[in-house]
Design a protein around this ligand. Structure first.
Ligand code: ZN
Length: 237
């Protein structure tokens, strides 16, 4: 098959461009892979669930503290009431009973105050832990958002590059002409369709020609396209 210098140059440019196009397509499909940031997404889910747990723990302790404080209030009211009754009582039997109840109430009050302090400490810790999880989640959400934006930008750039490649390919198709282009396309479906013979090596498949094959190709006219005996690529010399 005959090919003048312009056609030979265009043929090599076409092969190089097709490599670039496949690389670009691979990059696009990698960017569009839904599992691309699977680790971060799993981490996001784990943090969202940890945040719910941390919030529930804060709510639970707040409820517990409210209950302890209500109990304390009831005991305090009872103490006030019993003290008033004791002051007003004229019966020594009643007074003994009231004093006994007051000492029980004082013990109960002490227990409730202590329990309330313990709950408040636990609540502080639970709130700190909630804030920490919340901050981690916000940080991760921001970084996932940034990753998605960077992917989107890269995708836009690659797609517009692909459009340029396509129009450049159409130009090269015209330059190589119908016959060579058809031969090129047939080979391109199987692999790299054209290469240069560099010393005795095919640049498409890296096969090194033996002396007989090399002599055969060398004997061809300059404007005759050779084929690689190994990968069948169109060979420009
Ligand atoms: Zn080859």
């Amino acid at each position: 098959m005959k090919a003048n210098q312009t056609q030979q140059d265009a043929l090599l440019a076409l092969a190089a461009l097709d490599l670039e196009i496949s690389r670009t397509r691979r990059e696009i499909s990698a960017l569009q892979n839904p599992d691309r940031h699977v680790e971060q997404v799993q981490q996001q889910r784990a943090l969202a669930s940890a945040l719910v747990d941390a919030r529930n723990e804060v709510d639970r302790l707040e409820l517990e503290l409210r209950r302890a404080n209500q109990d304390l209030e009831l005991v305090e009211q009872r103490i006030v009431k019993d003290k008033a009754a004791l002051a007003a009582s004229s019966s020594s039997k009643d007074a003994v009973g009231l004093e006994h109840e007051l000492s029980t109430l004082a013990r109960r009050k002490g227990e409730l105050e202590e329990a309330s302090l313990v709950i408040m400490e636990q609540l502080e810790l639970a709130k700190d832990s909630y804030e920490q999880v919340l901050q981690s989640k916000r940080d991760l959400d921001t970084s996932v958002q940034q990753l998605a934006e960077a992917d989107e930008q890269a995708l836009i750039k690659l797609k517009s590059g692909l459009q340029l490649h396509d129009s450049r390919r159409a130009q090269l198709q015209q330059q190589v002409g119908d016959e060579i282009f058809a031969a090129y396309q047939r080979r391109a479906a199987k692999g790299i369709a054209a290469g240069r013979l560099e010393s005795r090596t095919c640049s498409a498949c890296q096969f090194t020609l033996d002396a007989i094959a090399f002599d055969k190709i060398s004997s061809l006219a300059n404007d005759e396209l050779a084929n690689c005996p190994d990968c069948d690529a169109l060979l420009v010399r």
